[in-house]
Design a protein around this ligand. Sequence first.
Ligand code: SF4
Ligand code: SF4
Length: 137
Amino acid sequence: MSVKIDGDGAEARAFIDKVESLSNQDLLACYQCGKCSAGCPMAKYMDILPHQMIRFAQLGLKEELLGSQAIWMCVSCLTCNTRCPKGVRIAEVIEALRQLRLRDNRNDHLHVRELPASELAKLPPIAVIGSLRKGTS
Ligand code: SF4
Ligand code: SF4
């Protein structure tokens, strides 16, 4: 994926500050070891892997992150948090990204309440719980 940083960096800086504030995490604590991505059960479905999401967030790449499928693929299982040697709570960062996306009023993804019962029955409970949480936080 190609990345683009805005001209004076002010917008990127504001985005970084917002993500750090919402998640209560220090993004620069991450040194890109990749352990979070290696243990993520949803990594194979993601267009940006968890460690890449943290790197993108360090760089303030708002559009790439808020436009990604990966922030919605994360099921908040917290495996990444337990694996991080630097104590970065990746799941909270991803939750912050989802919140920012929802605040942008760009929520054009899955609406659980509109799914037919036959489809709902096929979904694992964690997917339903995770989706409801994403849509209401
Ligand atoms: S919380 Fe999300 S990013 Fe972290 S391991 Fe689970 S699915 Fe992957
Ligand atoms: S496990 Fe922690 S330090 Fe390693 S890439 Fe993921 S967030 Fe960064």
